[in-house]
Design a protein around this ligand. Structure first.
Ligand code: FES
Length: 70
């Protein structure tokens, strides 16, 4: 089990690479990723057609709002 401040909701964000919202949020949270290219490098999410990039940006905002409150 993890101590992450969010759950795995089972949602897939990047269909090209088969990466879930949870995997992306975990990487952002644990590695303090701030940009889409950093997420691509770390998780491979966003490394295909790029149509998920705006959702990845939303996840970055979401996780940083959690980090900033800690
Ligand atoms: S759905 Fe993420 S790169 Fe295509």
């Amino acid at each position: 089990m993890s101590n992450l401040p969010f759950e795995d909701d089972g949602q897939t964000i990047c269909y090209c690479m088969g990466v879930s919202a949870f995997e992306i949020k975990k990487a952002i949270y644990e590695k303090h990723l701030k940009t889409v290219p950093e997420v691509v490098e770390e998780t491979r999410a966003g490394g295909g057609c790029m149509s998920c990039h705006s959702q990845i940006e939303q996840l970055i905002d979401e996780v940083w709002s959690i980090i900033n409150k800690e």
